[in-house]
Design a protein around this ligand. Structure first.
Ligand code: YNC
Ligand code: MG
Length: 398
């Protein structure tokens, strides 16, 4: 019953294969066969536009569309609130193309958007030059009009024109057919606020004051050699992350410019920082570990007291412990718990209300011990035009 998705080069439900199959593209095409004109937008008065996100006015328009119309939880209590600086970080990454920032205007009003950025993705032992599609958004008044398939076909056309045939995307809804499924976990840092906005319920048999105390974190970090990551750490972090991610089946492959962008992105004004990255240096000055988290606020749709929640999302991390003692899960568990405990302290210090993580990479080793609780939402990972066996991966969502 997927009218659109059943026509696309994605694995369909009911076609699951019982055992290992050969992985690869579903459909092979040639750039010369890709239309050079946009997909027809039959509906008047709508027209395609390419958004220039280096122009603050146009960036602001995307920010405003998402602010009012992007992803909400099931009960419509919270909505993702992507700041201008977070959008710049997400969409102006190395190799970005203006043509992949696609809007639909009605008159002068931006009423729909979809985007892609280039990324090298490794699926098991194959590295695929691909696109990461994100920020599909249609104005609430235009829902249910089959505009989403048109946006998806148009971004596909623009990506294909660059000779890119595979894509990765994530979503909360089930479509044909997830290659991986993760759950969000939440660790309260400011429990009382999360309680007051309706994010964290008070369990029966508990009291708000007890809950608030349960989620207290120490004042100071405890890992020796922990400090903010700097430009001089780039080579070491790139090397460590690459070796660490080899342990997973679905990962990005970052070159140096991407490591710099994703981990050390600079901000223009106070309050605009999007990414926090830390490294651990041993007595010989060697980088042995690193971790990072980014800031994504959520609007609280109805609250007298608070307009938003400040959430930190665990991003990439790596530890030499996983590589020197690959079979010693307990050593890695100890190390990751120490690192994440410090990440919580740093996030609290930077005024975050909650710390989120997905059930991917080695996160199962610390989620429970660090008092993360499962959220209700699932996040499904999809590959476009690529057939792959089910995966336990390490691709973080932004
Ligand atoms: C979705 N999230 O199933 P069928 S995530 C993909 N991703 O098609 P209409 C989606 N497809 O079932 P509406 C989807 N949501 O008939 C719906 N669909 O086959 C499919 N929400 O279209 C749906 N952002 O226009 C159905 O639906 C068809 O008006 C229905 O619009 C949907 O960014 C949407 O959640 C999501 O703004 C735009 O509800 C709208 O309801 C909305 O009638 C709030 O569409 C915001 C929101 C989605 C966030 C994301 C990743 C998007 C990935 C898109 C797929 C990319 C494929 C790869 C392309 C490059 C290929 C190369 C190479
Ligand atoms: Mg529609």
């Amino acid at each position: 019953s997927y009218k659109f998705w059943s026509t696309q080069p994605v694995p369909q439900f009911g076609e699951e294969e019982p055992k290992l199959f050969e992985e690869g593209p579903l459909k092979v095409q040639d750039v010369k066969d890709i239309p050079t004109e946009p997909i027809p937008l039959a509906l008047e008065p709508f027209r395609w536009v390419t958004m220039d996100l280096t122009n603050d006015t146009e960036l602001e328009e995307v920010e405003k569309l998402l602010y009012g119309h992007y992803v909400e939880d099931d009960e419509a209590m919270f909505r993702f609130k992507y700041s201008n600086s977070l959008l710049r970080w997400s969409l102006l990454s190395p190799g970005w193309r203006k043509e992949w920032h696609v809007g639909i205007r009605s008159g002068n009003t931006l009423c729909a958007f979809i985007s892609a950025i280039p990324t090298e993705m490794r699926v098991r032992n194959k590295v695929i030059h691909s696109a990461e599609v994100n920020f599909l958004c249609i104005h609430k008044k235009l829902r249910g009009k089959r505009l989403a398939p048109i946006l998806i076909k148009e971004i596909t056309r623009r990506v294909n024109l660059e000779g890119v045939w595979q894509a990765i995307y994530t979503g909360g809804i089930v479509l044909p057919r997830p290659v991986s499924t993760c759950r969000y976990y939440h660790r309260a840092l400011n429990w009382m606020k999360l309680y007051e906005v309706g994010f964290s319920p008070c369990p029966p048999n508990s009291k708000p004051s007890y809950q608030a105390r349960k989620y207290n974190v120490p004042e100071n970090t405890s890992t020796r050699g922990l400090r903010e990551m700097e430009a001089r750490d780039l080579d070491a972090v790139q090397d460590l992350l690459e070796r660490y991610l080899k342990r997973f089946d679905l990962t990005p492959m970052w070159d140096r410019a991407e490591v710099e962008h994703w981990l050390l992105h600079k901000w223009d004004a106070p309050g605009e920082q999007v990414i926090w990255s830390y490294i651990v240096e041993d007595a010989n000055g060697k980088v042995t570990d690193f971790f990072s988290f980014y800031c994504l606020e959520s609007s609280v749709i109805q609250s007298q007291k608070y307009s938003s929640i400040r959430a930190a999302y665990l991003f990439y991390y790596a530890s030499e412990v996983a590589l020197t003692a690959p079979d010693d899960r307990s050593a890695l568990k100890t190390r990751l718990n120490a690192l994440v405990a410090d990440a919580l302290i740093l996030a609290k210090r930077h005024n975050f209300d909650v710390f989120n993580a997905l059930s991917l990479m080695d996160n199962s080793l610390f989620l429970e011990q660090q008092k993360f609780g499962p959220g209700d939402g699932q996040l499904h990972y999809y590959l476009f035009n690529y057939k792959a066996n089910p995966i336990h991966g390490g691709v973080n969502k932004r």
